[in-house]
Write a protein that binds this ligand. Structure first.
Ligand code: MN
Length: 206
């Protein structure tokens, strides 16, 4: 239960160098400490401005403010999910899902390989800055791949987010230059399937 009024940057659940070579220490440090933090600061700044306007009785440019708020909160939430669905290769990261998650993926996509292919293609082809996401429709129980643009476009309301992959250039450019497809390929070596499974169980029981 979230009781704090503002957002905070969560610490990584592993060391900055622990995801190398898929993500180098320098890349991860910059991504987490600078880029993710900017969304936390951005969201909190907007919330403070909204609070102040209400307190002072001044008008807000709601169209601009809400668009920005959606972007920054979306960025913060997605990055928080991203760090937690990664783990060092061979130490909780990589391999294949098991249990009900594996069964749900097989039922929806036909095979794990087919799922990987679709997810990789969705992430690789996100226009400009965006994300690949594996989500779950709580109504049908179907896992659905989403291709999120920026941090907040093409998101379906109410779907549980099981796994995300950041394909903004800031996520991989130091390590891969313009080779997003290679970054996406190496992502599979650091997926924390236990965390993805836990999210599915939570979504189905919540
Ligand atoms: Mn990012």
């Amino acid at each position: 239960m979230e009781t704090q009024k503002f957002y905070t940057l969560p610490p990584l659940p592993y060391g900055y160098g622990d995801l190398a070579p898929a993500i180098s220490e320098e890349q991860l440090r910059l991504h987490h400490d600078k880029h993710h933090n900017a969304y936390v600061v951005g969201a909190n700044g907007l919330l403070e401005r909204i609070d102040a306007a209400r307190k002072n009785g001044t008008d807000l440019d709601l169209k601009a403010t809400l668009k920005e708020l959606s972007f920054h909160i979306g960025g913060h939430i997605l990055h928080s999910l991203f760090w937690a669905n990664l783990a060092p290769a061979g130490k909780g990261g990589g391999g294949e899902p098991a249990g009900p998650l594996a069964a749900a993926i097989a039922a929806e996509f036909g095979s794990f390989e087919r799922f990987k292919k679709e997810f990789s293609a969705a992430a690789s082809s996100a226009e400009g800055s965006g994300w690949g996401a594996l989500t779950l429709c709580r109504k049908t129980g179907r896992p659905i791949v989403m291709q999120i643009e920026k941090h907040n476009t093409n998101v379906y309301p109410g779907f549980a987010v099981l796994m995300v992959l950041d394909v903004w250039e800031h996520a991989y450019y130091l390590d891969y230059k313009n080779d997003r497809a290679k970054f996406v390929e190496n992502f599979w070596t650091i997926v924390n399937w236990d965390e993805v499974s836990r999210r599915m169980t939570a979504a189905l029981s919540g």
